[in-house]
Design a protein around this ligand. Sequence first.
Ligand SMILES: [Zn+2]
Length: 128
Amino acid sequence: MTRLRFEFKTIYAMKTCLECGDKIVGREDKKFCSDGCRNAHNNKINKDSTNFMRNVNNKLRRNYRILSECNAGGKTKTTRTKLMAKGFDFDFFTNIRQTKTGNTYRFIYDQGYLFLDDDSFILVKKDR
Ligand SMILES: [Zn+2]
């Protein structure tokens, strides 16, 4: 009985606020010492995900602008070198389409591309 009580006290004393590190008094499932700390913590998390989403959206927007500029006619050939010189980032696209013949097109919205070899590829625009 004495031992159990000791263990409970140890766990209880170790609980600290996730935001400021102060000891938490009260319910065992509490994560923050105050409403202020809980709000500050949640705001930080939301801000991080907003920043991340903004960065991804900026990259997608830039990629889309580059493809639109290079593919004014709706279908054309270009090179990786040219796109990368304009700042194209191949890690960012919105969807992948596989054709029956086994070709894999990557799209940024309605602008797509298909690798022909290491450097050259075809740009296409999806029909609406
Ligand atoms: Zn706190």
